[in-house]
Design a protein around this ligand. Structure first.
Ligand SMILES: [Ca+2]
Ligand SMILES: [Ca+2]
Ligand SMILES: [Ca+2]
Length: 383
């Protein structure tokens, strides 16, 4: 009997060690990215925007979500997909290679890092590669392919990385998990890759295959809610806040809706529609409500405060992770922000009637001449 108890204690002890010591975070990004039909070098037909470009019933290209897991200084990317490790066989075309994964670590819109997914050099991590596009590969063939992604601001689909500098080797494994998605691809980046916090927050793009038939784009944010169970200890300030923010002291202070249908306080609806009412989403830099835009036009106001001692030349605002069908116009685009001053931005959202009800994780980023000043994560809720 004693030995059973002893074994139990030992097992508990072994299991509990990483739980206590590891700082673990995850970010789960469902595939909501649509891709536009192209043929030769032109938009195909009506230029449909679809999740996956394939003959009806064929799901070989379907990717459903991408998770990113951080554990201390290690990073693992997990892709839920039907894509086969050797590529995808399509009748009439033959083998279509997998797309390489594009990463934008500094979130400046330039995917300066690549993880090779094609079998020939799978796992190679390249810095500043040359990106080949779906159009480079399929633009001369007459086959229909994904020519653009991001319906709100269409971008060329990039799929094949070459050149650049080899900066590491990731371990890439296909794990069979069932049917649709058939696989989870575990991409384990080199141990300690995040020791300089470069991989804390990043944008990614994966076309699934070289034709970008299922484009998946998103932002992985390390400060997303920790994965249960077990709840990890709260992050230390060094892990959560990049140094630049502490130094620059430029913060997103308020985010108010100006034509909200209702006003909510302490989670309760307390007033009837009134265009002069304000729904306060961010107050004094803290998220106090989810962001629930009305369908159609939604106006809002956002304020950024410079608590530091230095003038910031051109402070801009960006919304990341907005679901397809929500676009935002920020006015002015950028503005000078002197020390101890507040800049106010007018926001105009266009919210499509057809967006599915649900909760979408988004983030608001304030950035400028000194890099990213502040990032606030919140939830956009459609009812
Ligand atoms: Ca997609
Ligand atoms: Ca998909
Ligand atoms: Ca970049």
């Amino acid at each position: 009997m004693k030995s059973f108890i002893l074994i139990g204690v030992l097992i508990l002890g072994i299991i509990s060690i990483p739980i206590i010591s590891a700082s673990t975070y995850s970010s789960s990004i469902p595939d909501t990215t649509l891709v536009q039909d192209w043929r030769y070098s032109n938009i195909y037909g009506a230029g449909n925007w679809r999740d996956q470009i394939a003959a009806s019933g064929f799901t070989g290209f379907d990717t459903s979500k991408i998770d990113v897991n951080w554990s201390d200084n290690d990073v693992k990317i997990q892709v839920y997909t039907n894509a086969e490790p050797a590529g995808i066989n399509v009748s009439g075309i033959g083998l279509v290679q997998l797309a390489d994964m594009a990463i934008d670590l500094d979130m400046d819109g330039n995917y300066e890092t690549a993880i090779i997914m094609r079998p020939v050099s799978r796992g190679n991590i390249l810095s500043n590669p040359i990106w080949g596009t779906s159009q480079d590969i399929f633009g001369g063939t007459g086959y229909i392919y994904g020519g653009r992604f991001d319906q709100s601001a269409p971008k060329v689909t990039i799929v094949e990385a070459s050149g650049g500098a080899l900066v590491g080797l990731a371990t890439v494994n296909w794990v069979t998990i069932g049917t649709n998605p058939k696989y989870r691809i575990d991409i384990l980046l080199p141990s300690g890759i995040n020791s300089d916090s470069q991989w804390n927050d990043f944008d990614f793009y994966w076309g699934t295959a070289q034709c970008s038939n299922d484009a998946v784009a998103g932002t992985a944010i390390v400060s997303s809610p920790p994965q249960p169970p077990p709840p990890p200890p709260p992050p230390t300030p060094e892990q959560k806040v990049p140094k630049a923010i502490v130094y620059d002291r430029v913060d997103i202070e308020t985010f108010n809706l100006t034509n909200a249908p209702v006003i909510i306080q302490d989670g309760r609806t307390i007033a009837s529609p009134d265009l002069t009412q304000r729904l306060v989403v961010i107050k004094d830099g803290k998220v106090i409500s989810f962001f629930e835009p009305i369908r159609g036009k939604q106006y809002a106001e956002l304020q950024v405060e410079n608590r530091g001692f230095f003038t910031k030349k051109d402070v801009k605002i960006q919304f990341r992770g907005l679901p397809n069908g929500v676009t935002v116009n920020v006015s002015p685009d950028g503005q000078k922000l002197e020390a101890h001053n507040i800049a106010t931005y007018g926001l105009s959202f266009e919210v499509n009637e057809s967006i599915p009800a649900g909760t979408y994780p988004i983030s608001i980023v304030a950035y400028g001449d000194g890099g990213i000043f502040d990032v606030i994560n919140l939830e956009l809720t459609m009812i």
